[in-house]
Design a protein around this ligand. Structure first.
Ligand code: ADP
Ligand code: MG
Length: 485
């Protein structure tokens, strides 16, 4: 067994961490991978041992990030068959020469960030030289196996998108081509797209599945053009068995990339290959998108995902709580579902905090104890809001406004432009901005990821009209009174 030197271990871990950081969110990455290091690499057994500074970190890493770490490790050490986490309390001091500076890594200042250090011994070079293959680097954005169709919770708001995803996963290239899924932030678009890819890989043994976020695609394209690798780039995409492009709204204004996507689309389409796309809005609302590309996007099935209702939120929480291996009392889950935003990512964030609290304090959570978490979570409650017993969330406001005007939650946060919906929606934006103190941006996010200028417009309009429109004033006053109860 070849022992790696301390320097090699550090370089190796930097390279692996860099990959992991691209897979998981930044907060999780910085929290859990802080003060970690490679303790050993047993090349003959393929076991990589990673040290964690505390027992808590060790369990978290083992439970939550083992998959990501293993995949990143395997990218660099093809012989790796297992990653295990062990506690090494000396890492706690963060001074060990083995510990990678995560901030430097993320900002590209660390060796692994930009240029990899050369290994002094030729033997280990392939292990550290993940970059050397040049064009191959574009393949690193891959499918995350955590996203499956099986663990996607179906509610009325996403039923159509889910059914379409399932159909595509069953018979790619036949039923819906392309499949275009759109909806606001954190509502499960990426999850569904990746789940399709995963299903095609496992059930159809499809090999060449390309998943890309459209901004990554655009960057790669620019790089490929600049470095004369354009042809290779084109071939790679045109040989895909399934092409998945996430967040195509970012293709707006990127004319060259759009042209390339257009040609790739045509090639794949004619070959009967499946294409799946997502966006935060329907094709016709994506500005600065070439007409011919837009019409391609509209050729197959367009399915939207709306904000989850209380029932769906509760179902998601139940499923995720179970996944986390913790038993949460029903009233706690109900309380969270009632008081959190209509975005699944926020819901997950809060659940993570609850689970962390359980693990730290070793006690079962109560409604009282999680109220605190919710209060400190900007997504659920505004810190400056009324009395601590009864904080008002933006969900409360949406619910009240919907009830008051006999509309549905989906109407309020949706995109339908009928007058009888638009005015209540604007009132709702106004109240969330004015009474809960949310920023324009954040308010926009709640309303299906709308631009902050839309919210600003609504806010100014309602503020102005309140001065003269008695009817409007009456609505707003009634709503405020109801919310304060
Ligand atoms: P989007 O791409 O629409 O912004 P994501 O797909 O990234 O949203 O979803 C955010 C998080 O919420 C992910 O962790 C995802 O697994 C989870 N999620 C969203 N919708 C669902 C659902 N219906 N069932 C289970 N998990 C979901
Ligand atoms: Mg996404």
């Amino acid at each position: 067994m070849t022992e790696l030197t301390a320097e090699e271990r550090l370089a190796l871990w930097s390279s692996i961490l860099l990959r992991v950081s691209q897979e998981i969110n930044r907060a999780n990455f910085v929290t859990w991978f802080k003060n970690t290091a490679i303790l050993a690499w047993a090349a003959d057994e393929g076991v990589l041992t990673v040290g964690a500074p505390t027992p808590f970190a060790q369990t978290q890493l083992q439970r939550k990030f083992q998959v990501e770490t293993f995949r990143a490790a395997k990218d660099i050490l093809p012989g790796c068959s297992k990653v295990q986490f062990e506690i090494d309390a000396t890492l706690n001091y963060g001074k060990s020469s083995q510990v990678v500076d995560l901030q430097a890594l993320l900002s590209g200042k660390s060796p692994a960030g930009e240029k990899r250090p050369r290994s002094s011994t030729g033997a280990e070079q392939p292990a550290l030289g993940g970059d050397s293959s040049g064009g191959e680097r574009m393949e690193t954005q891959t499918l995350n196996r955590r996203y499956t169709l099986e663990n996607f919770i179906v509610g009325d708001e996403n039923r159509l998108a889910f059914a379409a995803a399932k159909a595509v996963a069953q018979s790619p290239g036949r039923t819906y081509n392309p499949l275009f899924i759109y909806g606001g932030v954190g509502l499960g678009k990426t999850h569904l797209l990746q789940a399709i890819g995963n299903a095609l890989a496992s059930k159809h043994h499809m090999k060449n599945i390309i998943y890309k976020a459209s901004d990554t695609l655009a960057n790669e394209f620019i790089q490929a053009m600049g470095s004369q690798r354009g042809k290779q780039f084109k071939n790679r995409y045109r040989n895909a068995d399934c092409l998945i492009i996430d967040d195509v709204q970012f293709l707006a204004s990127k004319t060259q990339t759009q042209i390339e996507v257009f040609h790739t689309f045509n090639t794949l389409y004619e070959l009967g290959k499946q294409i799946v796309l997502s966006s935060d809005r329907p094709p016709r609302e994506i500005k600065a998108l070439e007409e011919r590309l837009r019409s391609r996007f509209e050729m197959g099935m367009i399915a939207d995902i709306q904000h989850p209702s209380y029932e769906t939120r509760l179902a998601i929480l139940r499923a995720k709580a179970q996944e986390s291996g913790h038993l949460l009392p029903a009233d706690v889950l109900e309380y969270v579902a009632e008081h959190t935003g209509s975005n699944v990512r926020e819901l997950e964030g809060i659940l993570t905090q609850i689970v962390a609290q359980i693990e730290l304090t070793n006690s079962s959570p109560s409604v009282a104890s999680i109220r605190d978490i919710l209060r400190h979570s900007s997504s659920a409650f505004d810190d400056r809001s009324t009395s601590p017993e009864k904080p008002i969330s933006h969900e409360d406001v949406i619910q009240r406004v919907a009830e008051h005007f006999s509309l549905s939650h989906a109407d309020i946060v949706g995109a339908v432009r009928k007058k009888e919906i638009v005015v209540p929606r604007q009132i709702c934006m106004y109240l969330i901005r004015k009474d809960l103190g949310y920023s324009y941006e954040k308010t926009g996010e709640i309303f299906g990821g709308r631009n902050h200028t839309t919210v600003m417009h609504a806010f100014t309009k309602i503020s102005r009209e309140l001065k003269s429109d008695k009817q409007l004033l009456k609505h707003v006053t009634t709503l405020r009174r109801a919310l304060a109860e």
